[in-house]
Design a protein around this ligand. Structure first.
Ligand code: AMP
Ligand code: GLY
Length: 421
């Protein structure tokens, strides 16, 4: 069969690699792909956000299955249009993708279905939002309702910072339409972890827990990024907590979405705050996390293709996921300056050496070919991913390989996995 992977980041490189190993698959096509995905797929230059273009491509290629990586085309209805065209597609409908596309939708959904989350209020006008801050003291979190490329959440240490954030979002329209409504939410403290599940609309297969490192610098300091590294399994999610998350978060979400008439197919990603045995949902995403996807798929022993196909067709049946034992860790190598402004086009050296390291995969994110040379083309450039019998071993392989790679300004965190090590 032929599989089309939509997207061009580290997550999509990992998906293309995993899919290409399936004995069921003859060819993988990826659009737009990147400088590394070419090793596993035929890349077609076409934006992931061009929904109609992606449908045309899938039809033209006679794809047997489409796997959509990023959130924007999911929220934009790519799955609905592929289904209309009769092509099996893994991901949620536009309506179900509102779990990520609108934080108001998601918070109200959680409230309605008894899913644990921080207390919140919703505001469309500046005065009502500022008045709510006057009623509170201490820290809080301000969130733009819509998609804001991971930048729409501002954690505020005091009411003054909250007023400032509200003025920027509602007053100055910093996030445009995505910020025409804001949420004011109680601050949660604890340790974060993510649990993802493969869903078919009625049932799901929970994956092992992962932990992302969103802060730019060591010691979880500095501005938030798309993620500077991730590892799995995350021991903060004990077996008892895992059961509780499945029961109180994942099952209630799948059942609630079905009951509301918007059954959820695809990856349900629950971002959680954990404090002792208390769990609360910070956010839902409707796709694999990037870079959480990298360690999760390195550890996945099962062929992913029949599972995603069964989910896309709405019937997981008795599909199950088998795992390799041990741990996996992904280190993100980023451009100097990221998540602020950075330069592109830097020649990358040491890739072959790093790629030859045992138990390591170098997944590409922001890379492209410039003639014969691979150059940087984004903020997060590579995801060096190691696997080992335990997290320490996996981290050692990954750091050994990452240390062979360099370009002008390259930067990585030295402490990925520190909470579990
Ligand atoms: P989100 O995009 O909603 O995941 O938020 C991005 C990050 O903001 C999360 O990973 C948390 O680190 C932080 N965050 C979001 N909501 C809260 C909250 N209620 N309390 C504390 N931190 C939060
Ligand atoms: N790594 C966080 C995300 O993919 O949203």
């Amino acid at each position: 069969m032929k599989v089309l992977v939509v997207g061009g980041g580290g997550r999509e490189h990992t998906l293309a690699w995993k899919v290409s190993m399936s004995p069921l698959v003859d060819e993988v096509v990826c659009a737009p792909g990147n400088g590394g995905i070419r090793q596993h797929a035929r890349c077609v230059s076409l934006s992931a956000e061009d929904v109609d273009g992606q449908v045309d491509l899938a039809v033209r290629e006679k794809a047997d299955l489409v796997i959509v990586g990023p959130e924007v085309p999911l929220v934009g209805g790519l799955i609905d249009k592929l289904e209309e065209a009769g092509i099996p597609a893994f991901g949620p409908s536009a309506q179900a993708a509102q779990l990520e596309g609108s934080k108001v939708f998601s918070k109200e959904f959680m409230k309605r279905h008894g899913i644990p989350t921080a207390a919140f209020t919703v505001h469309q006008d500046l005065d009502s939002a500022l008045a709510q801050i006057d009623r509170k003291s201490g820290p809080c979190v301000i969130k733009a309702d819509g998609l804001a490329a991971g930048k729409g959440v501002i954690v505020c240490a005091n009411p003054d910072e909250a007023r400032q954030a509200i003025r920027e979002i509602l007053g100055e329209k910093r996030f445009g339409e995505a910020g025409s409504t804001v949420i004011i939410e109680d601050l949660l403290v604890g340790e974060e972890a993510s649990i993802l599940a493969i869903c078919d609309g009625k049932k799901m297969i929970p994956l092992i827990a992962a932990q992302d490192h969103k802060a730019a610098y060591d010691g979880d300091s500095g501005p938030n990024t798309g993620g500077m590294g991730a590892y799995a399994p995350a021991p903060v999610v004990t077996p008892a907590l895992h059961d509780k998350i499945v029961k109180e978060v994942l099952t209630r979400t799948i059942d609630g979405m079905a009951k509301d008439g918007t059954p959820f197919r695809g990856i349900l990603y629950a971002g959680l705050m954990i404090s002792g045995d208390d769990i609360k949902v910070l956010e839902f995403n409707v796709r694999f996390g990037d870079p959480e996807c990298q360690p999760l798929l390195m550890l996945m022993k099962s062929d992913i293709v029949p599972i995603l196909m069964a989910a896309a067709k709405g019937d997981l049946g008795d599909s199950a996921v088998e795992w390799h034992s041990g741990s996996s860790i992904c280190l993100v190598l980023a451009s100097g300056g990221y998540p602020g402004p950075y330069e592109k086009g830097m020649a990358i050296s040491g890739l072959d050496d790093a790629g030859a390291t045992e138990n390591v995969m170098v997944f590409h994110a922001g890379t492209k070919l410039d003639g014969d040379a691979l150059v940087t083309a984004g903020g997060r450039v590579l995801g060096v991913t190691g696997i080992g019998h335990n997290l320490g071993e996996a981290a050692k392989c990954a750091y050994d390989a990452a240390d062979k790679i360099s370009w002008d300004g390259m930067r990585m965190r030295r402490d990925i996995g520190h909470r579990a090590l």
